[in-house]
Design a protein around this ligand. Structure first.
Ligand code: HGY
Ligand code: MN
Ligand code: MN
Length: 414
């Protein structure tokens, strides 16, 4: 049974200052937090974080792809206990997704340095440079760089909506892409991530903390439908090869089949591109994304077959061509049971209510768990809202989570 020898109390005013300072950077009133990888807002947020890390007495360093680290060096400096999350946001994000995990790690290390002094084992907080895949299909870019999983061809192949490659964006931000491999590390011992739940289970059930047992699997596809551009007025409905009507039918048929499967299966088609885009032109080409998720690998793969078979049968019926390309493949990931027990012992020490959960959202911990023991601590999202500017977690929930994280890191590093 895990034990907790000491508790700590992070300063609520410090956490509030951190959240509000970072929340302002990249905020766009009609959209929310917009901090896409290698953009000026992303650079500004890293600069602010770096200043807070220095003020907390941490040794600050950035790696070759822009991950930012704050280190509290231990007597034994050979390995690193890492905590943190991602600094980038969804296209229109909130003030908590990702960034709160970084600030929680920062608050914890600041508190430990002030109240417990030098640790036995080195501790670090990390602002991972890119997790969302909002600008590039480069999900977990910072994480994958640390594990030496980036492939050189990605630097040119990954392009944003303005056809700027991730390598060009890196260079413009001061990170020569040819040095990406220097980000690889072999000293990470374990990873702990605090994150907002982004769903409504904790909020609805009035539970204060979530202990994540597993992160569900995610398969993403890019569907491209080809038809024939023709005149909107002069072409009878029964002879059209309308790529949009076909794509819409595919989306609705897939959605219906996933809904029939029931919870927790989910599917989202969030990104569409209709060409040529004329009001009076029958669309000839439509691209849309599929984000498919389920905690069970076999079910996930079975639903992936449903997606491709549905697209092909609709295309046949409508005289269209269709390609279904898999662009991301993250299988379900289990969190480390020993680290979960330490988090639970810490939650109990603070008298906090908690429950086991499976994460609906993907997280950096999923990638980390492929290489080292990883664990996640959830704090509630009001109304379950996330990937939305109205994202909100009350400061008392934030402080409770940071206190539990701090006591857990103390147990692991002192
Ligand atoms: O997509 C996700 O689940 C995460 O927000 N990147
Ligand atoms: Mn997110
Ligand atoms: Mn996130």
């Amino acid at each position: 049974m895990a034990t907790i020898d000491r508790t700590f109390h992070v300063d609520p005013a410090t956490m509030h200052l951190y959240i509000e300072s970072l929340g302002k950077i990249g905020w766009q009133d009609e959209c929310g937090a917009v901090r896409l990888a290698y953009t000026p807002a992303w650079m500004e947020a890293r600069k602010q974080l770096s200043a807070f890390m220095q003020a907390a007495g941490l040794e600050v360093r950035e790696d070759a792809v822009g991950n930012l680290f704050g280190r509290l060096r231990g007597e034994d400096d050979s390995r690193t206990i890492l905590s943190g999350s991602h600094i980038d946001t969804a296209p229109c994000g909130g003030k908590y997704d990702g960034i709160l995990g970084i600030l929680a790690g920062l608050g914890a290390l600041k508190t430990l340095r002030e109240q417990a002094g030098q640790p036995r084992r080195s501790l670090e907080v990390v602002a991972l440079c890119e997790e969302e895949g909002s600008r590039y299909h480069a999900t977990y870019w910072g994480n994958r760089a640390m594990w030496g999983m980036i492939r050189a061809e990605e630097l040119d192949a990954l392009r944003d909506a303005d056809d700027i490659s991730i390598g060009e964006a890196m260079r413009a931000a001061g990170f020569p892409p040819e040095r990406y491999h220097e980000a690889a590390r072999s000293d990470i011992a374990m990873f702990l991530e605090m994150h907002i739940e982004q769903g409504r289970i904790l909020y609805d059930e009035h539970v204060e903390l979530g202990i994540v047992e597993a992160i569900q699997g995610i398969l993403k596809f890019q569907v491209t439908v080809h038809g024939r551009a023709e005149h909107a007025g002069a072409t009878p409905m029964d002879i059209r090869r309308d790529a949009f009507q076909g794509a819409a039918q595919m989306a609705l048929d897939i959605t219906r089949q996933v809904e029939e499967r029931g919870r927790p299966a989910v599917v989202t088609m969030g990104r569409w591109d209709v060409r040529p885009g004329g009001v009076n032109v029958i669309p000839s080409e439509v691209r849309f994304s599929i984000d498919l998720r389920h905690p069970d690998e076999a079910t996930l793969r079975q639903l992936a077959r449903v997606c491709s078979e549905t697209c092909e049968s609709v295309a046949r019926r409508r005289g269209l061509e269709v390609t279904v390309e898999q662009i991301e493949n993250y299988l379900p990931a289990g969190m480390d049971t020993a680290l979960q027990q330490t988090l639970i012992a810490s939650a109990k020490t603070y008298g906090a209510s908690w429950k086991y959960m499976v994460s609906g959202a993907g997280h950096d911990s999923e990638q980390m768990s492929r290489h080292v023991p990883a664990a996640m601590l959830f704090v509630p999202s009001v109304d379950g809202l996330s990937h939305n500017p109205a994202e909100y977690t009350p400061i008392e929930d934030v402080v409770r989570g940071v206190n539990v994280l701090t006591a857990t890191l103390y147990q692991l590093a002192y």
